[in-house]
Design a protein around this ligand. Structure first.
Ligand code: CAA
Length: 417
């Protein structure tokens, strides 16, 4: 049975900041943010945008642009670490806004940046079990990454949502569910206590946790691949991938992950100055870097980061990669991780033309660092009852769905669909 991604799109909030301007304001060499971390711009949510409005905007765009019948969807899962309620899931708001059928499962999944991948795994198994009976699953990754002003994590913030339709008609990407590899271990590398809007991270330790999880998950993938195909583990299974996608908390992290991947393949540590390092950089430039352009301009969108990179690949390289396998690595701090793969479908190149990432990014407005700092301060208040900071006219934001604040302890949304 075939299963995979039939449709994909993304949404970002109205505003962004320029990373050079942010670095200058912080008294840091801009080269650190732009080259050291690989980030050029960073999307910023206003107090009228939350993970419901981002998820709903991405979902609406998917339904409209791909002409999807809402009644064909019988499962909606929203992956997020940026919940808006301790009990009520984002999916229930999105289910209403998208006018989905009541004969539908709707829930939210949390595991840091892994949530949407868990949603995809659930959807894949549901479809493969044949209990979906031709119905489809909508999986939406929606997050607002916040560490706060003047923190080491500040240049690795971002906001956005990626919506994907998972079905037995994988017109864009067909999964290879027999070869997955996963890894879990309790580590305190990144977390967000329930009293805090801002995440805490043990930054450098989190990089090591990510790389260790990558090595372990990839090792399990190789075992599964070998048991299916009877190949020796030492054979270069990795060379079957025409492109490699990673979770992207910041662009340079994908480069570190791809170096780890290359070291595993070659069975040795690679360092700058070695001839192998130059060929690794060449490989990175052709198989990974072209898929990181959107991540460099949107910032970290946590659970959606890997899938933003996938959108980038499908939009830019579908024709070249048609029929070829690509790898994907999803990492959720805390931690759990998954290495999986898929085949780019020949139909992808025509279908993806419906959506232009440039158009989506061009609709954003660049704001000054002073305005960004004000947005951060006021967004911190936006969830309080009667806070009165989420007036769209006040911030000059518009969109199909906006958050209007919490009144009578109920979140209020405006819809102009
Ligand atoms: N010019 C060019 N490059 C420069 C530079 C300059 N003037 N100054 C520094 N750099 C380089 C550094 O050499 C470094 O590159 P390498 O890692 O390749 O050596 C890079 O810029 C970053 O410099 P630092 O390591 O000194 O930066 P930092 O200590 O301020 O923090 C960070 C970096 C740890 C990533 C921090 O931003 C952070 O804590 N971010 C949040 C946590 C995170 O994203 N973790 C990733 C793994 S966990 C995960 O993936 C889950 C998730 O989404 C959060």
């Amino acid at each position: 049975m075939r299963v995979g991604i039939e449709a994909i799109t993304f949404a970002v909030p109205k505003f962004y900041v320029d990373m050079t301007e942010l670095a200058e304001r912080r008294g840091i060499d801009p080269a650190k943010f732009v080259h050291g971390l690989g980030q050029v711009e960073m999307s910023v949510a206003s107090p009228c945008e939350d993970t419901v409005t981002l998820a709903a905007s991405a979902g609406l765009k998917l339904i409209q642009k791909y002409n999807i019948d809402p009644n064909s969807i019988s499962l909606i899962v929203v992956g997020t670490e940026t919940a808006v309620d301790h009990s009520k899931p984002i999916s229930s708001h999105v289910h209403e806004i998208l006018n989905l059928s009541s004969k539908c499962r709707a829930f939210e999944v949390k595991h840091a940046c892994y949530g949407a991948t868990a949603g995809i795994a659930i959807a894949t198994d549901w479809i493969m079990s044949r209990r979906a009976k031709g119905k489809k699953a909508l999986v939406i990754a929606s997050d607002i990454a916040r560490y706060g002003a003047n923190t080491p994590g500040e240049p690795t913030q971002g906001a956005g949502a990626v919506a994907m339709l998972i079905s037995d008609e994988p017109k864009l990407l067909e999964f290879e569910p027999n070869y997955q590899g996963y890894f879990s271990s309790q580590v305190m590398d990144f977390w967000r206590p329930t009293y805090s809007k801002e995440a805490f991270a043990d930054g450098h330790f989190s990089i090591q946790c990510y790389l260790n999880a990558f090595a372990e998950a990839y090792s399990m993938y190789k075992e599964n691949f070998s048991s299916e195909h009877g190949e020796d583990l030492q054979t270069k299974i990795g060379s079957r991938f025409a492109a490699d996608l990673y979770h992207v908390p910041f662009v340079k992290m994908a480069q570190k992950a791809h170096q780890k991947f290359t070291e595993i393949e070659q069975g040795k540590v690679i360092e700058k100055g070695m001839p192998e390092y130059d060929s690794f950089l060449q490989d990175f430039s052709s198989r990974v870097a072209p898929n990181l352009k959107l991540n460099a301009r949107v910032g970290n969108i946590y659970t959606g980061s890997l899938y933003l990179s996938l959108f980038n690949l499908l939009e830019a390289k579908s024709e070249e990669l048609a029929g070829k396998a690509i790898s994907m690595f999803s990492y959720g701090s805390g931690c759990t991780a998954e290495f999986f793969s898929g085949i780019v479908m020949p139909s992808a190149k025509d279908i993806i033309k419906n959506i232009s990432s440039e158009e989506i990014l061009r609709s954003r407005i660049k704001i000054s660092i002073e305005r960004y700092e004000r947005l951060l301060r006021e967004s911190a208040l936006a969830d309080y009852n009667d806070a009165d900071v989420s007036n769209p006219d006040h911030w000059d934001v518009s969109g199909p769905v906006l958050y209007l604040g919490t009144k009578d302890h109920r979140r209020q949304y405006s819809m102009s669909i």
